[in-house]
Design a binder for this molecule. Structure first.
Ligand SMILES: [Fe+2]
Ligand SMILES: [Fe+2]
Length: 139
């Protein structure tokens, strides 16, 4: 499976957001490490719980900036964030209930790699383009 790595093309030119995206990528790679080292269900669930908490914190920060700068695509952007949270919560429940937790964990990992890469490179880049033409207000 191809790892998710930070690259310059991921930047949105807002330092706090870039730092959070880097941290998220690191956390998802930690999950891959956990999966490959056959941890207990509890270990996997707690790594996922940490990712979900940090994702929420990141989304709140990003949405505050978008709101403060009257970004027109805010509602649609928020809906995408919510979708990640909903799906991750479902994976969390499945991990705790499912017999085949290794397979569930690998599906989760693929989902997170795909979602974050696509979201940062497309949706987050859309607001970065918007901000490139004006002064950014940081709340
Ligand atoms: Fe976002
Ligand atoms: Fe983001």
């Amino acid at each position: 499976m191809e790892k998710l790595r930070w690259e310059d093309r991921f930047t949105v030119n807002i330092a706090s957001i870039d730092a959070q995206h880097q941290k998220l990528i690191e956390m998802i790679n930690d999950l891959e490490y956990s999966i490959n080292h056959t941890p207990s269900t509890e270990d996997l669930a707690s790594v996922l719980m940490r990712i979900n908490k940090y994702s929420l914190q990141h989304f709140r920060h990003e949405e505050e900036i978008l709101l403060k700068n009257q970004y027109a695509g805010l509602d649609e952007h928020k809906a995408q964030h919510q979708e990640l949270i909903d799906k991750s919560n479902l994976f969390y429940e499945n991990l705790l209930q499912n017999d085949n937790q290794q397979e569930t964990a690998l599906n989760l990992l693929m989902f997170l790699y795909d979602w974050w890469e696509k979201h940062i490179l497309e949706s987050d880049q859309n607001y970065a383009k918007y901000f490139s033409t004006q002064e950014i207000l940081i709340p």
